[in-house]
Design a protein around this ligand. Structure first.
Ligand SMILES: [Zn+2]
Length: 344
């Protein structure tokens, strides 16, 4: 999914008039009417209402709220709007705007990054869920892109009998499970310190550049607490056994729908032996002293595809940049989050 940008560090914000010919007025009809008139062969580009910027004076007013509404629109040329979208893309590019090819937008200011993360997560979820998980028939985007519903009728004709528009009963239409909601996949990412809090455990994946290490990470499993997930992942990937685990901070990561839960874990005294044999995920894992960690945080951080910074000496440890939660966790450890006596 590519993001429309202005320059390299600013998202492009454009007025509704630029998109009117493609999306029409998606809020002209009531939602009930849209559900009643559902036709699975109609294609409309996905539109997501992202929220209201209440600092803006020249926007709209809804009940007690006023501000500028922000929307995300999927401009991928598809089906009935192929030509219209292609023409609009050419127009936008002729105005000096471009679509970012980068997968991660770590150079955006925090507010733009937050808008992009929300837009990307929501567009991606809608695109990946065109069918009902219960009955398998096409669903309809509702609630301004925040839910998907399985309509009881399809004017294109029911799947088993084209002469009828009534669909088969679907469990999602009753009670409180009548809609499907965007999903967020919790991921744990953790800085692991030794029992005496004087060393940090870092691991590396095979595809990373030489000397590049980071914190360990993995998906939370169903019915698992965050603390259990941290202990399990660390044991699987490195063989280290953890005692105390505390949650430090979190970061949304919409690739496609992750919430990274950052934790700091402390090894138990007889659980510090590295063993990569449980799970062949890591290329290597090592204990580093706090001095080596501090030197790398000072001179060895950069984005994954970028060159090492000017102060970096070849052969020294390389780490992710301050925009990554892994860096924040390592910085917390280097600053004495554990060893200064902070209650874990
Ligand atoms: Zn259904």
């Amino acid at each position: 999914m590519e993001l429309l940008i202005k320059g390299s560090t600013e998202i492009a914000l454009l007025p509704y008039s630029d998109f009117e010919s493609i999306i029409g007025d998606p809020y002209q009809r009531t939602e009930q009417n849209i559900i009643d008139q559902f036709n699975s062969t109609d294609y409309k580009p996905q539109v997501i209402f992202l929220g209201l910027d209440e600092r803006s004076k020249d926007g709209m007013t809804y009940k007690s709220h006023s501000g500028a509404p922000y929307f995300a629109i999927d401009l991928t040329p598809r089906k009935s709007v192929i030509q219209a979208c292609e023409a609009l893309i050419v127009t936008l590019e002729s105005r000096g705007l471009s679509f970012s090819k980068s997968r991660m937008e770590l150079s955006l200011p925090a507010q733009d990054a937050a808008i992009y993360a929300e837009a990307r997560h929501m567009l991606d979820w809608n695109l990946r869920n065109p069918f009902c998980a219960s009955c398998g028939f096409p669903t309809l985007s509702t609630n301004a892109g925040w839910k998907r519903t399985c309509p009881p009728k399809d004017l294109a004709g029911a799947v088993n009998d084209a002469s009828k528009t009534e669909r088969e009963p679907c469990a999602t239409r009753g009670t409180i499970s009548n809609l499907s909601f965007p999903r967020t996949d919790p991921t744990v990412i953790m800085a692991v310190v030794s029992a005496d809090a004087q060393r940090i455990l870092l691991g590396r994946q095979r595809r990373w550049p030489p000397y590049w290490y980071s914190t360990l990470a993995g998906f939370l499993e169903p019915a698992e607490s965050v603390e259990e997930a941290v202990r399990r992942e660390v044991w699987e990937e490195s063989g280290i056994k953890l005692g105390r685990v505390v949650i430090h901070s979190t970061q949304p990561w919409p690739y496609p729908a992750n919430l990274m839960i950052g934790a700091i874990g402390q090894a138990i005294p007889d659980g510090e032996t590295i063993d990569l044999g449980n799970d062949p995920e890591l290329d290597d894992a090592k204990w580093y002293t706090m001095d080596v960690l501090r030197e790398a945080l000072q001179n060895g951080t950069s984005g994954l595809g970028e060159d090492a910074p000017p102060g970096y000496k070849k052969g020294n440890l390389r780490l992710p940049p301050p925009t990554a939660i892994a860096n924040r966790l390592m910085t917390a450890v280097a600053d004495g989050f554990v060893s200064s006596g902070a209650r874990m």
